[in-house]
Ligand binder design. Structure first.
Ligand code: MTE
Ligand code: MO
Length: 518
C-alpha cells in the first residue's frame, strides 16, 4: 500500500520511540517504588513540585486562572511530555553506542534525583525512586537495543539488508509495545497504591465545648443555581503547592510550638483533641480568586483556639509573625497581631462534622477568619514558630506576595451564568457576598445595564465570618443585558469598582456579566 511508511521512516519512528518508551517504564517503576514508600519522592512528582516552586508568580497566576483546579493534572502532564520529548534523543544516541543512550537516561535520572533531594522535607532515601527509574530505563534500553542487534551482526551499522532490517524493526516495535504496556500497568498500580494509602483514617472527634449556633437554612431551594449556603466537602475548592496529597497518620503527628516563646513544647493529636474545642462557621477565601471566581468556600470548622495553644507557650515580646510549617516543609506566614486580635483563629481538626479530609489538611490545619488562605490556612501543619518578618520569610513572602492580606469584600453572581440565554419575563439573579473584616455583609446591590444600584434580598446570616447568599428579581426584556452586583459592609464600605489582579494582596473590581434574553 502506498500509504504505508517505507522501511526508513519506520526505522526512524521506532528509533525515536525507544527513549520515551524505556523512559516511561523507568518513571512508572520509580513512581510505584515511591507509592510504596514516600509518594512525594516520585521522580514525576519531585520534578513537578520543583517546577511549581520555580514558576514565576505571573505564570502561576495565569495557570490558576485558566486551568483552575486542573492545574496539577496539566502540570504533571507537561512534565511527562517534556521528559519524554527529551528522551527521544536516547534511541538515536544508543544506535551510535549503547552507552551514549544510557548516559542520556542517566543525566535525566540525576536531574530527577536532585529535584527529590532538594524538596524541603527530603532525606537521602528520597533518591531511591529516581535510582530505580534510571536502572529500569537503562536496563530496558539495553534489552530493546539487543533486539536490534540480533540479526544484523554481519552487516555494517545502518546498512542492514532491507528485509532483515524490517524484521528487526518489527521485533523492536513489538518489544517497545511490551515496554509501554508494562509502563502503563506499573504506573496505574502506583496511582492506585497512592489512592489506597490516601483513604481517610477513622478518627472520632470530640464535641465542641463552645459550639456554633444552629446553622440557618439557606435560600438554596428558593434560588436554583445559587451556591449552597454550606459548601459540601467534595465541592470545596483546593489550592496548594502539593502535587500529591500528604498522607499523615494521626498517631505519629505532632505540633511543635517554638521560637520566641518562654516554653517551647510539642503536642500530639490525642492531647490536642483533649483541649477545649470551638466550632465556627467560616468562609475560606483564596487570594488567587479573581472577582467572580471559584476559590471561595464555606464550612463549619471544629478546632482548638490558636491563642490557647500560644498562651501555653508564653509568646515573647519580639515576635510579629507566626511562621507555620507543614509536614512537607512548606511555610506560611501570619501576622501575629491579627491572629491574636480576638478573632476565632483555630487549629482545626473537623470540617462539616467530619475529620478534615486529607486534601484539606488532615490531621490538623489552621483556619483564621478574615485572612486569605495563603497567610492563614496552613494545611498538614506541624510547627508554629514565633518569629519576625525580618528574620524569616515564608514561601509566598519570598515570591513577593503581601504579608498583611485581609480578605477584600466581594460578591459573585451565581445565576444566571455569564453568557447564558435567559427567557424574557420575570427572572431572578442570585449569588453570594462576603465582607469578613468590617461587620459582615450589610447590603448587596445589583445594577442592570449600568442603571441605578438597587438593593438585593439577603439570605440568612451565619455570622460575619461567613458569606451571605443574595437574590434579586429582575424583569428580562429581549436583547443583550449586563448584570452587575456589589456588596456593602457593616462599616459602610462599598465594594471597589477598581480592577486589581490577585497579586499581591487580592483582586478587586465589580463582576458584570452579559446574558442574552430571548
Ligand atoms: N500546607 C499548605 N497549606 C496551605 C496551602 C499550601 O500550599 N500548603 N495553600 C493555602 C492556600 S493559598 C489556601 S487558599 C488554602 C486553601 O485551602 P483548601 O485547599 O482547603 O481550600 O490553604 C492554604 N494552606
Ligand atoms: Mo490561596
Amino acid at each position: 500500500m502506498s500509504t504505508r511508511p517505507g522501511p526508513r521512516a519506520l526505522h526512524l519512528a521506532v528509533r525515536l520511540t525507544i527513549g520515551p518508551a524505556v523512559g516511561a517504564l523507568g518513571l512508572a517503576a520509580g513512581h510505584l517504588t515511591a507509592a510504596l514508600t514516600t509518594p512525594a519522592a516520585s521522580p514525576v512528582l519531585a520534578v513537578g513540585s520543583t517546577v511549581i516552586d520555580h514558576t514565576p508568580t505571573p505564570v502561576k497566576e495565569w495557570a490558576i486562572a485558566h486551568f483552575g483546579t486542573h492545574d496539577k493534572t496539566i502540570l504533571i502532564g507537561s512534565v511527562l511530555v517534556g521528559v519524554l520529548l527529551l528522551a527521544t534523543a536516547v534511541g538515536p544516541l544508543a544506535r551510535r553506542r549503547l552507552v551514549y543512550g544510557a548516559g542520556a537516561l542517566g543525566v535525566l535520572t540525576l536531574v530527577a534525583a536532585a529535584c527529590a533531594l532538594h524538596r524541603p522535607a527530603a532525606h537521602p532515601g528520597w533518591v531511591v525512586p529516581s535510582l530505580v527509574t534510571g536502572a529500569v530505563a537503562i536496563g530496558a534500553l539495553a534489552a530493546v537495543v539487543g533486539t536490534q542487534r540480533h540479526k544484523t551482526v554481519d552487516v555494517a551499522p545502518g546498512e542492514g539488508h532491507p528485509t532483515s532490517g524490517t524484521g528487526t524493526t518489527r521485533r523492536t516495535a513489538l518489544a517497545l509495545g511490551a515496554v509501554v504496556a508494562t509502563a502503563a500497568t506499573l504506573g496505574e498500580t502506583g496511582r492506585r497504591v497512592i489512592g489506597r494509602r490516601a483513604r481517610a483514617e477513622d478518627v472520632t472527634l470530640p464535641a465542641a465545648s463552645d459550639p456554633a449556633a444552629p446553622f440557618p437554612a439557606g435560600i438554596d431551594r428558593m434560588v436554583p443555581g445559587i451556591t449552597p449556603f454550606r459548601t459540601p466537602i467534595d465541592h470545596f475548592y483546593r489550592v496548594d503547592t502539593r502535587l500529591d496529597v500528604p498522607v499523615v497518620d494521626s498517631g505519629s503527628w505532632s505540633l511543635r510550638i517554638d521560637g520566641d516563646v518562654a516554653h517551647p513544647y510539642e503536642i500530639d493529636y490525642r492531647e490536642l483533641l483533649a483541649m477545649p474545642m470551638i466550632e465556627r462557621d467560616i468562609t475560606l477565601t483564596c487570594v488567587s480568586n479573581s472577582v467572580g471566581g471559584p476559590y471561595v468556600g464555606s464550612a463549619r470548622w471544629l478546632g482548638v483556639r490558636l491563642t490557647d495553644l500560644l498562651d501555653r507557650a508564653g509568646v515573647g515580646g519580639s515576635a510579629d509573625q507566626i511562621l507555620s510549617t507543614d509536614v512537607g516543609g512548606m511555610t506560611i506566614s501570619t501576622p501575629l497581631a491579627l491572629a491574636t486580635d480576638g478573632r476565632d483563629a483555630m487549629l482545626a481538626v473537623g470540617m462539616n462534622g467530619e475529620p478534615l479530609p486529607r486534601e484539606h489538611g488532615f490531621p490538623v490545619r489552621m483556619v483564621i477568619p478574615g485572612l486569605y488562605g495563603f497567610i492563614s490556612a496552613t494545611k498538614w501543619v506541624n510547627r508554629l514558630t514565633l518569629t519576625t518578618y525580618a528574620q524569616k520569610r515564608a514561601y509566598w513572602t519570598r515570591r513577593g506576595w503581601a504579608t498583611d492580606a485581609p480578605i477584600r469584600i466581594s460578591s459573585r453572581i451565581d445565576t444566571p451564568r455569564p453568557l447564558a440565554t435567559v427567557k424574557a419575563g420575570d427572572q431572578v439573579m442570585g449569588g453570594i457576598a462576603w465582607a469578613q473584616e468590617n461587620g459582615g455583609v450589610a447590603r448587596v446591590e445589583v445594577s442592570i445595564d449600568g442603571g441605578p444600584w438597587t438593593a438585593a434580598h439577603l439570605g440568612p446570616s451565619a455570622g460575619n465570618d461567613y458569606w451571605r447568599q443574595w437574590y434579586a428579581p429582575w424583569h428580562a426584556t429581549p436583547g443583550s443585558h449586563q448584570l452587575a452586583c456589589r456588596v456593602i459592609d457593616g462599616a459602610g464600605h462599598t465594594q471597589s469598582p477598581m480592577r486589581a489582579e490577585p497579586f499581591p494582596s487580592g483582586s478587586s473590581g465589580v463582576q458584570s456579566i452579559s446574558v442574552d434574553v430571548v
